[in-house]
Design a binder for this molecule. Structure first.
Ligand SMILES: [Zn+2]
Length: 274
């Protein structure tokens, strides 16, 4: 699933192709991917609009339109936004097509089709619940150590679940949660309210560090993730634990273990992570 660094890379790679471009036509092949408003309303609200900017919040992309509304997109498991020439071959798993005035098409492709799009803002009071409730994201001024400590203290859940909760921290998914816990030397099964002040400090630093590294490396491609130009990220080469079950820990050589935490596979070093 694309997480904060991957969605940010999608944003950056989309921008030069679509900023200040007019959407001439929209074609929706899988209507249920448009969650709000109705499909005809979505098309009517989007066609003829100019995309003035592309922003990101957590794992959501916002395509700002010149009528004051925005297209809110979530890629979920396998969604992608791809730019292709209008007269070129269409990409695999194409679900929604935006025909732009500059001769390019922006495609929302999705293999597993959990991705969503909606048209929000302006006079419409509808809100995407997940989007409205996002917590602060790593590397942002709203994400402070004091705030993290406060929330951890109040939460009696395993720290891995805490990190994945988008209301607590926005933008973290399975890859960066496992990586942050490995960098901090904390087991995914530790309870949030049992962490020491020192561990909270180290975890705070680790969360920012793994996200910064993911951004620098243009995201992590494991299976499907690609940016708007179809390029893969290279953060995979720098991972400490994610996807490395049974391989030696880069710090101590102990073989990494994989367990399930709240249904999610979690890889950790039994020696380094306490
Ligand atoms: Zn180790």
């Amino acid at each position: 699933m694309p997480e904060l660094p991957e969605v940010e890379q999608v944003r950056c790679s989309l921008l030069p192709h679509i900023k200040n471009e007019k959407i001439c036509n929209v074609e929706i092949r899988l209507p249920r991917m448009v969650v709000h408003p109705t499909v005809p309303e979505f098309i009517a609200g989007v066609e003829g609009q100019v995309i003035t900017d592309v922003r990101r919040k957590g794992k959501y992309l916002m395509l700002l339109l010149n009528n004051g509304q925005y297209i809110l997109a979530h890629l979920r498991m396998t969604g992608a936004m791809l730019i292709c020439p209008h007269d070129g071959k269409e990409p695999p798993f194409a679900k929604i097509r935006f025909v732009l005035a500059n001769g390019k098409d922006m495609w929302f492709t999705d293999i597993r089709t959990f991705g969503t799009m909606s048209l929000c803002g302006g006079n419409d009071v509808w809100q995407d619940k997940g989007f409205a409730a996002l917590g602060p994201e790593p590397l942002s001024p709203g994400f402070t150590e004091a705030n993290l400590r406060e929330k951890l203290k109040k939460s009696h859940q395993m720290v891995k679940c805490f990190i994945l909760d988008q209301h607590k921290i926005a933008g973290m998914g399975n890859i960066y949660a496992d990586e942050a816990l490995a960098a901090a030397g904390i087991r995914p099964t530790r309870y949030s309210d049992a962490l020491t002040k020192k561990q909270v400090h180290v975890l705070y630093e680790a969360i920012n560090q793994v996200i910064a590294q993911g951004l620098r490396n243009h995201g992590t491609t494991f299976r499907n993730y690609q940016d708007a130009d179809g390029l893969m990220g290279n953060n995979k080469d720098y991972l400490l634990v994610y996807g490395r079950k049974g391989q030696p820990c880069t710090k101590c050589g102990t073989l990494l273990r994989k367990i399930k935490v709240a249904g999610r596979g979690s890889v950790y070093c039994p020696h380094c992570q306490k």
